[in-house]
Design a binder for this molecule. Sequence first.
Ligand code: DX5
Ligand code: ZN
Length: 227
Amino acid sequence: MRNSHDIKIAPSILAADFSQLGKQVKQATEAGADSIHIDVMDGHFVPNISIGSMIVSSIRSWSDLPFEIHMMVSEPEKYIKDFVDAGANIITVHIEACKNIYQTINYIKQLGVKANIALNPPTAVSSIAEIITEVDGILVMTVNPGFGGQTFIKNMIKKVGDVNSIISSKSIQTEICVDGGITVENASQVARAGAKVLVAGSAIFSSNNSIVDSINNIRTAAHMGLE
Ligand code: DX5
Ligand code: ZN
């Protein structure tokens, strides 16, 4: 049985087979994923273009899991409602992309979904010191956003710990998510530092193992970091 201390695994469909995206989302769901991580890229905030709200609509019926939309776009406010209408349950915006992060977070909450903030690797933890009490989660990027399959940036383990210290000092329940280069090898370290949601693309969809084995292996490795 799972409890609140358990690690959650969020497969990132950026690494899935796009020709059968619905089926891949279903497979990840049946394999025990806790949510589905959907990377939205605009070719402006990041140097790549990926998924729009129409794709999210078309895969919504393939899973009952929460859909988390990771918006790597400039002016995310313009597109948030489209993704909520398409079936998003969590909207993650980058603090670097928002002119007024308070307004954006309030807007997301008014639409009735959860709100997370993402931080690029160079962005200081101090930038979220005030807003952290208003959000459901903080996503610490452990690679530079834009592409799947990159190498985990080890310095980000300390950053996860720093975010966790703020959460503990304020006695809040904000979940720390990590995204980028997460593997069986680093899962225990990020979990020990305080990460609760591990996003993984390549390590789940482009692995030599099955989706179910990959998810279980990452979860087991993460839990070992908590022992
Ligand atoms: C990177 C994306 C990640 C990416 C993770 O810009 O935000 O979600 O899909 O993929 P892996 O796990 O392959 O690094
Ligand atoms: Zn992502």
